[in-house]
Ligand binder design. Sequence first.
Ligand code: HEM
Length: 415
Amino acid sequence: PGPADAAGDQSPVDASRYVFNPFASDFIRDPYPHYAKLRALDPVHFAPIGAYVVSRHADVGTVLKDRRFGKAFVERSAKRYGSEVVREPLFDHMSKTMLLSDPPHHTRLRNLVVKAFTARQVEAMRPRIQQVVDQALDAVVDRGKMDLVSEFAYHPPVTIICDMLGIPDDERGFFHAVSEDSVRVLESAAFTPEEIAAANSRVKSVRDYFERLYEQCRRRPGNDLTTQLVMAEEDGNRLTNEELTASIMLLFVAGHETTINLIGNSLITLHRNPDQMALLRTDPGLIHNAIDEFLRYEPSIQFTGRVALEDMELADKRIAKGDNIVCLLASANRDAAVYPDRPDEFDITRRNSKPLSFGGGIHFCLGAQLARLQTEIAVTTLLRRLPRLQIDDVENPAWKPNFVIRGPRVLPASW
Ligand code: HEM
C-alpha cells in the first residue's frame, strides 16, 4: 500500500496535483495519515494556507536550527493587518515575547528567564507538583467519575506556573482571556477589527495590572519569579515594564495549555494501548522513556512557524525571502527515516526517540523539563491511585477543533 492508502484513500494520488488540506473533515480526529501523505508526496509543500508546509524530520530540523529562518513577527503581521495595527497593544505585546522575537532581542529576553528553569530548579518543584496532583484526586476519588481535563490535567500546570509567578488564586481567571488572545495570534488566526479592539483593551488592563504588581514587588520583594524579573531589571536596567509583562504572560500561556494537553493525550494513548499501560505498571522505571514516546506519538503542539529571512533552496524548492514556513513537528516525529521501526505504533520501550515536540534551535522550549516532570507525576499518580480508571469512548474523544494545539476538550472517565 502506498501513502495514499495510509490516509484511508484507495486511489493513487498524483504528487504534482496533491493539495494538503488541514480543513478535511477527518483531519482533527486523526491528522497523522495526512502527514504521511505529505512526507511521501511533497515534503516541502506549498499549501493554500499561504505557507510551505515542511513535514520530514531532517527538513524540520534544518528550518528550526538554520538562522536563515526566523520569526519576523512585526513584518509578517504588518503585511497582514497594516503597520498601524501592529503598533497597537495586542501585536506590540506579542512582539515583545521571546517566542516571536529574533536575536538579538530574543537572546536578551531569554537569558533573563532561563535561570528559573534549570533542571535543579524544576526538580525542586517535585513535592509541590505531587501535592497538587494528589489534591486534585482527593477531590474526586469518592465520586467515581470525573472530567480528566478540567478536574485533573488542568491543575498541575496552572497552579505551578501561577505559584512561580506569584499570581494569587482569585486572579488567575483574569488572565485566561488574554491567554486565549495570545493563542489565537500564535495560531495565525484571522482577527476582525472588533476582535483586535477587544484584545487591545484586555492587553491594556493586563499591563496596568502588572504595573501595580511590579510596584508591590519593588516595595515588598517576594520569593517569586515576577520579583526576580523585576529585580533583574532594576540591576541592569534590562527589561521595560512592557517587556516584563510580555515575558510573564508568555510563561503563563506557553506553560499551561501545552502541558494540560500533553497529560490528556498521554492518558488517551495509554488507554488506547492497554499492553503498554500494563508494561508501565509492571516497570514504572520506564516512565521517562514513556514520556518521550507520549511526546513523539501525540504531541500537544503539532507545528510551529518560521519566515524565510533570505532567498534559498530547501529540499529542491526555491523559497523566497518573506515566505512563511510551517514546521510540522508532529509529522517529523513519525518519519520512518528516523523511526524505521513501526513509526505509527506507540512503544514505550523505543530508544533514543528524541522527538521534535519541544522544537529546536534557539527557541527550544524553556519549559520542557517542567512539562516532563508534571506529566510524569500526573500519569504515575493516576495509574497508582485509580487503577480501575476507564476513559469513556477513548477511541473517539472530543478533540479541540484546533490545528496547532492537539488535545481533548473534555475527557470523561470513571472507576
Ligand atoms: C517554546 C512546546 C511546555 C515555555 C516552545 C516551542 C515548542 C514548545 C514547540 C518552540 C516554538 C518555536 O520554535 O517557535 C511545548 C510543549 C509543552 C511546553 C509541547 C508541554 C507539553 C512549556 C512550559 C513552559 C513553556 C511548561 C513554561 C512554563 C516556553 C517558552 C518558549 C517555548 C517560554 C519560547 C522559547 C523561546 O522562544 O526561546 N514550547 N512547551 N513551555 N515554551 Fe514550551
